[in-house]
Design a protein around this ligand. Structure first.
Ligand SMILES: Cc1ncc(COP(=O)(O)O)c(C=O)c1O
Length: 480
């Protein structure tokens, strides 16, 4: 995403809450390349982002940030943690409730600072160094922390540095996870852990099949539901808890909480199995808690945990279920409209909150479309599409609906967004025709392009009509 610091050209900066979101319009920006973060006048389509509530942000900005509380509730290394214990226990109870879990068979650690630390803590708790894991390959839509290394063998993620990773992939014909091939590879590789879940996968998962494969090769099954945890909480996606041993998640994506992470683990008696002593118990709880602290983290971020408790309460409301249903309906509307124009979506559609647009049939790369969109006040990201050869110029873009659905957009609005994206692609094709394929030639003076300026004006007029969760326009010192 456009990571430039919010650029405010007023003589006095906005203060208080308004400062979080108050940004200048195009006319006030000194350079259109310095696009500010999350403007009311922009269309936010990064699939992993959302707009959390004011209540969550107030908890994040609370004095709870001041306290050290290493350890678990009731067993801390410092005194004065009575209130902190209450907050963390409340958060854990809400986490189990929000995901419809029985506290007798599931536990949760809410201390991971974010999704990547949550995953590494889970692996550290469950595995010995160099033990084998299998996760969805990054170019297939998996996440870095699922064990990525490059085609040249360079180990990119700590997961592949400290564990032995063999990725599985999506089918190049269908774009769906190739479970048959995964099974074949798993029977040869014999991983200790199979990881499912992804960052750019538009379809639901076959957890029953994954469980069967894990059982067959003697592996544990971990689902990283980071992208879809809002859908899971709302019971609008297949339930990964039914078949997984451990479930990790971020909390700031479709779940719409603060930036944080959680690890859920099975506890209590194991189901009877051949070769296993009667009455065997799951032993994940202590291992995972020990991995989070003291192995990997120090003091928990108590303001984050409090904010998560707030976000989880909101995620249990009927309004949240309606929100998630709208997120999915919007993704379908967006994908269908783009496909009606002849464009190719990976897997020909979506069952969740995102579509993955394969731009290769157009002769375009994702970085060019991302750039033109950025300059048109639309934020999305370039993304690998299975079979891509270049990581720098991947063949697709990933488009998500959670953030704009939080601003109140419905299907017809996403049809409009699809039209803007179509216009952006037409601009890309025209520029590429004039300048050739090299990216560095493509971007020269792009900010002076008249078609982009027109598209940007239209986009900004459209976007500003929608509310922005987390602040009131009436509170803002600078309204435009
Ligand atoms: C599936 C998945 N897991 C883990 C993460 C990592 O989360 P974080 O960026 O909070 O470390 C992400 C982030 O995008 C993700 O998509």
């Amino acid at each position: 995403m456009a990571m430039a610091a919010p650029h405010v050209s007023h003589s006095q900066p906005p203060v208080g809450r308004a400062a979080l979101f108050a940004h200048p319009t195009t006319a006030q920006s000194s350079s259109p390349l310095r696009l500010p973060l999350h403007r009311r006048t922009g269309i936010e389509l990064i699939a992993s982002e959302n707009f959390t509530s004011l209540a969550v942000m107030e908890a994040l900005g609370s004095p709870l940030t001041n306290k050290y509380s290493e350890g678990m509730p009731g067993a801390r290394y410092y005194g004065g943690n009575e209130v902190i214990d209450e907050v963390e226990e409340l958060c854990r109870a809400r986490a189990l409730k929000a995901f419809h879990l029985d506290p007798a068979s599931w536990g949760v650690n809410v201390q991971p600072y974010s999704g990547s630390p949550a995953n590494f803590a889970a692996y550290t708790g469950l595995l010995q160094p160099h033990e084998r894991i299998m996760g969805l390959d990054l170019p297939s839509g998996g996440h870095l922390t699922h064990g990525y290394y490059t085609a040249g063998g360079k180990k990119i993620s700590a997961t592949s540095i400290y564990f032995s990773s063999l990725p599985y992939k999506v089918s190049s014909d269908t774009g769906y996870v190739d479970y048959d091939r995964l099974e074949e590879k798993a029977m040869d590789f014999r991983p200790k852990l199979i990881i499912c879940g992804g960052s750019a996968y538009p379809r639901d998962w076959d957890y029953a099949r994954l469980r069967a494969i894990a059982d067959k090769c003697g592996a544990m099954l971990l689902c990283d539901m980071a992208h879809i945890s809002g859908l899971v909480a709302a019971q609008e996606a297949t339930n990964p808890f039914e078949y997984s041993d451990v479930v990790t998640t971020t909390t700031h994506k479709s779940l719409r909480g603060p930036r944080s992470g959680m690890i859920f683990y099975r506890k209590g008696p194991k189901p009877p199995k051949k070769g296993q002593p009667e009455g065997a118990l799951y032993d994940y709880e202590d291992k995972i808690n020990f991995a989070v602290f003291p192995s990997l983290q120090g003091g928990p971020h108590n303001h984050q945990i409090a904010a998560l408790a707030v976000g989880l309460k909101q995620a249990m409301s009927p309004g949240f279920k309606a929100y998630i249903q709208q997120v999915k309906a919007n993704a379908v509307a967006l994908g269908n409209h783009l496909m009606s124009k002849g464009y190719k979506m990976v897997t020909d559609g979506t069952e969740n909150h995102l579509v993955l647009w394969d731009l290769r049939p157009l002769g375009l790369s994702g970085n060019k479309v991302e750039k033109v969109c950025d300059l048109s006040s639309i934020t999305l990201n370039k993304n690998a599409v299975f079979g891509d050869s270049s990581a720098l110029a991947p063949g697709g873009v990933r488009i998500g609906t959670p953030a704009m659905t939080s601003r109140g957009l419905v299907e017809k609005d996403f049809v409009k967004i699809a039209e803007y994206l179509h216009q952006a692609v037409v601009i890309c094709l025209n520029v590429q025709k004039q300048r050739g394929k090299r990216y560095n030639d493509f971007i020269v003076d792009l900010e002076k392009n008249k078609d982009i300026a027109e598209l940007r004006a239209e986009v900004e007029k459209f976007a500003i009509a929608f509310e922005m969760p987390g602040f009131l326009v009436s509170d803002m010192k600078y309204k435009d």
